[in-house]
Design a protein around this ligand. Structure first.
Ligand code: PDD
Length: 287
């Protein structure tokens, strides 16, 4: 089945969808994005993603080309047209395509944003066997720019981080700045000590994960302690458990950091429980 994608108001087969070579997303990474997961044909945390998208656009002085309701309609239409039960919807908005390359932002009156959405079909996304096995991560230096709270498409360093992890026989990388873990290449990072979940506080240093917000809320409701503070790789290696969160992995346990087993080296009970709670609760509010 040919995937149907959305480009600037049109639903098209992926083979017919086109964006200009002058698009600033292509030339300058001048674009923001969101990834929303779909479970049972419904959108998980759509509201959170829509709010963060509006914030990213605002921080970059980009106009908001579509209302939240219009975005919701497009997401739902793509789920239907592509018959998605489980998977993801990728949305990207760039500053558009002026008719040449120029560092200066184009006039938003004449250059309209480019809006692209497509689906990724992932049957059984929530039943990933990796959740039972856990991830192995390496640590790498965080050399990204200083506005990681804006969800831009500047993903070269995160891609390089995944490749460094792959070369080391691992699944992902946790990035470290001034001795403290910032986040994973495409996820937020956590450790657990006793009944306490520790994760870096929100700032411009990390993406304000939509899954993070939900998981911390559910953890507090389940009487787990949450401490938002910096932690080092050494503290993580000495923790009882570790995990990551993102829209595409939900809550995913981490069992090894730089070759050292975390806790018993197997997936622990707290991360497993948080994953179950997150999936149950977010399915209840999926739209
Ligand atoms: N990544 N930190 C980074 C650097 C991310 O790229 C992501 C998401 C997160 C988690 O955010 P959320 O819970 O809102 O998905 C944290 C997406 C999934 C991606 O790039 O595919």
């Amino acid at each position: 089945m040919t995937r149907t994608v959305y480009v600037n108001g049109e639903y098209l087969p992926e083979t017919e969808a086109k964006v200009s070579i002058f698009d600033r997303g292509f030339l300058m990474a001048d674009a923001v994005y969101e990834v929303t997961s779909v479970l049972g044909g419904k959108l998980i945390d759509f509201e959170g993603h829509a709010v963060r998208l509006a914030r990213s656009l605002n921080e970059l002085d980009m106009p908001q080309p579509l209302s939240k309701d219009e975005l919701l309609d497009i997401h739902r239409e793509l789920v239907l047209l592509n018959d998605i039960t489980d998977g993801m919807i990728y949305l990207q908005i760039s500053r558009g395509a002026p008719n040449d390359r120029d560092f200066v932002f184009p006039d938003p009156e004449t250059t309209k944003p480019t809006v692209v959405l497509f689906t990724q079909n992932k049957p059984g996304l929530a039943q990933s066997p990796v959740a039972k096995k856990g991830l192995k991560v390496i640590s790498i230096e965080d050399v990204r720019w200083g506005r990681r709270d804006i969800k831009t498409v500047q993903l070269l360093y995160p891609s390089m981080g995944k490749m460094m992890a792959k070369k080391a026989g691992c699944d992902d990388a946790w990035m470290v700045e001034d001795g403290f873990v910032t986040e994973g290449t495409s996820n937020n990072a956590y450790i657990i000590k006793g009944n306490k979940i520790i994760t870096r506080a929100l700032s411009n240093d990390i993406l304000h994960g939509i899954t993070r917000a939900a998981v911390l809320r559910f953890a507090r409701e389940a009487q787990m302690d949450v401490e938002e503070r910096n932690f080092t790789i050494a503290e993580a290696q000495d923790a009882d458990e570790a995990f990551i969160t993102s829209a595409s992995t939900f809550v995913m346990p981490v069992v090894e950091i730089d070759g050292a087993a975390v806790g018993t080296g197997a997936v622990g009970p707290m991360a497993t429980r948080l994953r179950e709670i997150y999936l149950d609760e977010s399915m209840k509010t999926a739209i």
